[in-house]
Design a binder for this molecule. Sequence first.
Ligand code: GDD
Ligand code: MN
Length: 359
Amino acid sequence: PLIIAAIALAFTHFSIPITYYWYLRTRWLNSLWNIVVDPSHTPMISVIVPTYNEAGFIEGKLDNIYDQEYPRDRIEVVVVDSASTDGTPERVLEWSNRHPDIALKLVREPVRRGKAHALNEALKHVSGEIVIITDADSRLLGRDSLKKVAAYLSDPSVGAVSCVKIPEASGPEGIEASYRGFYNVLRVAESNLHSTPVFHGELAAFRRNLLEEVGGFPTDIGSDDSHTATLIALKGYRAIIARDLVCEEAIPRKGYHMWRVRRAQHLVQHFWKILRARHKVPKRFKTVLYTETYLHLFNPWILLAAAILLAASAATGSLLAILLLALGLALLLFKPYRAWIATQLYLIAAAVRNLWTRE
Ligand code: GDD
Ligand code: MN
């Protein structure tokens, strides 16, 4: 009986994401539902870059924005710095002096109270119809990124836009390969169906009036970008990740596992907050939101339970249990399976760590 329960749990754990992926991939990956873009739409864009000790990245980041092919007089850059101690704000001012042809505001917070708090402070100083948040340690690949953001947001049903991510230094050939990667396929297909509940801090664009309607960025959870995008989708607008908007994400050289756990913590906080608020979910967004909530909050624990039950029945000498456990371990030789299992472990660690720190 233990072993039957274990098999049923393991089957549930793997079959739900596989079915979901298969459904999105075959049905939605290549069919964009109802978005009409106007490439000539060039509203005022406010680009907010939050910084805390980003001296090593900030000039490259500002150059990256400056290089965008978008009317320069329609861009306003707002750097919001929270008491960096490495000279970040000074570098911003020097850079701005060297580039007088682009509007730049530096907002300085006297104490650090987190990224979302800083973003809300910056929002008081922006005038663009579109607000883009972009992390200092990331880059927009493609000089037409702002143009594309504006084009997607020219459709009145679209409220927020984000990018697909590729890990740094994987180069342009990597782009093609990576938006076929598992998570990018999900994000793009979810967006084609209606909206995705996971956004990326590398590039998160919003209609400013909708940001105001949802009350700015939440300061009590880590996933400010995903949460805000989801609230906008819950209002019935589309919150989409476009496959032709690509960003490079910085992978930390030190503390990789802790970084993955922190990211997972932010997503877990985000999905709990959505679940607890008991929103009315637009019909087309239901499958995506419910499945992603399940996959982030519950599915990892089902795997853990299956593993514990298998180990327990292996301990009582069940040959089948021993074989299944051995199979589960042998499959770790395959990279996608290994990556999947690692993600489950990060999500479990994240839920546990959220009990004492939300940072
Ligand atoms: N002004 C300000 N104040 N900026 C901050 C603060 C702060 O207290 N803390 C972090 N930042 C800035 C960083 O300088 C960087 O530009 C950006 O916010 C993201 O911070 P990282 O430290 O690079 O975060 P990450 O890469 O681990 O976090 C990622 O995941 C989060 C969701 O899990 C980012 O993509 C975030 O944008 C995202 O919200
Ligand atoms: Mn980062």
